[in-house]
Design a binder for this molecule. Structure first.
Ligand SMILES: [Zn+2]
Length: 137
């Protein structure tokens, strides 16, 4: 995570995640698959976690998934996040088989539950679009 000014820390896209963040900026959720063995990577990497092939491709996700777990952070780890606390982080198992850890849209909080279905939307933070979990409908 990098920092911009006094704001909230923003992701600093590495080579493995650049396409993911480019997708976000276009309002599109992307995930990585292996062209060699067809496996869906749970998290983006430079090689396939199953067969070590570097023939990776990005696909567009339906952006719908199931809540695996969530936690509310009351004491933020760094000063920049402290202004945001309390905030809720949600782990979502996406329909295509990859996994995301994202912030929770406040409107979703009252109905947030493990096993609940959510949609990944995007919120504008300091000019960057960040994925977050929101109500399905
Ligand atoms: Zn593979």
């Amino acid at each position: 995570m990098g920092r911009t000014g006094m704001g909230r820390p923003l992701p600093n896209p590495a080579a493995e995640t650049r396409s993911f963040w480019e997708g976000c900026s276009e309002g599109e959720l992307r995930y990585q698959t292996c062209e060699a063995c067809g496996v869906v990577q749970i998290t983006p990497r430079s090689v396939c976690s199953h067969c070590q092939s570097a023939l990776l491709a990005w696909k567009r996700s339906s952006a719908v998934g199931t809540v695996l777990s969530f936690t509310t952070v009351h004491r933020a780890p760094t000063e920049a996040f402290r202004a945001m606390a309390p905030y809720t982080i949600v782990m979502v198992d996406m329909n295509e088989g990859f996994r995301l850890m994202v912030n929770c849209d406040r409107a979703l909080l009252p109905t947030l539950a493990i096993g609940g279905r959510v949609r990944i939307g995007f919120e504008d933070v300091d000019g960057m679009k960040l994925p977050h979990a929101q109500a399905l409908s």
